[in-house]
Design a protein around this ligand. Sequence first.
Ligand code: AP5
Length: 224
Amino acid sequence: MIVVFLGPPGAGKGTQAKRLAARLGLPHVSTGDLLRSAVERGTPLGREAALYLDRGSLVPDETMLGLVGELLDRGDHARGVVLDGFPRTTPQAEAFDRLLSARGRAVGIVFLLDITEEDAVRRLTARVWCPKCGGVHNLVADPSVVEGICDSCGGPLEHRSDDVRHVIAARFEEYRRLTQPTLQYYRAAGKLLTVDAGRPIDDVTAEIDAAVDDSGKPGQAASR
Ligand code: AP5
């Protein structure tokens, strides 16, 4: 089963994708996390990605498809995967479908987490993350038990370098220009399910859980 989470910056893709992946026993793959980890390690991919992340631009499609294509062939991804932030352009979605179909697989359901820009900016400016394990907290909605310390690994929490207002604005512009048209691709395929993500974290999770059964297939509550 392949589940995709899309939505604007700060909509809660990572928060909800991790929860669903844990429930279904599937790997959670965030392309943003993969890129940030490559930047931290200073790999060739990281050096290329840093140029885009710091500006709030999307990394080129070929780079992203190479990265995700390799993951698909890993044994631990054979049963399925919960993708967070990929595909996010129409060329990525089309090429991803070709990669999957060559392997006899297909995207099952795409969640669009819908939120206003104002709410998203409020969340992003209060977000802290752990560069050591990728854990995410929010100073308002989801604070760590000990201030400044990651609940999962005890590492120090910090603000993401792209969570500053002018880069957030650029990320929204990229979302409107390149990702919003991709929603139509999945809507036309009957795979898009829109969730009001402006509500409390547990309410959003409840709606997602009702839409996907334990095997990862769209459940009866899925309304498009
Ligand atoms: P990525 O890391 O994917 O960034 P993004 O899309 O901007 O999304 P965010 O991670 O900012 O937000 P989120 O929706 O995951 O929200 P979260 O759950 O953290 O990508 C970063 C960059 O990588 C891109 O700009 C691009 O350069 C590159 N990239 C990645 N994928 C790419 C691709 N496919 N193609 C090309 N380039 C790519 O929640 C946000 C905060 O709100 C947290 O503090 C959380 O605790 C809190 N929160 C969550 N839900 C709620 C709620 N319901 N109520 C209150 N607070 C909440």
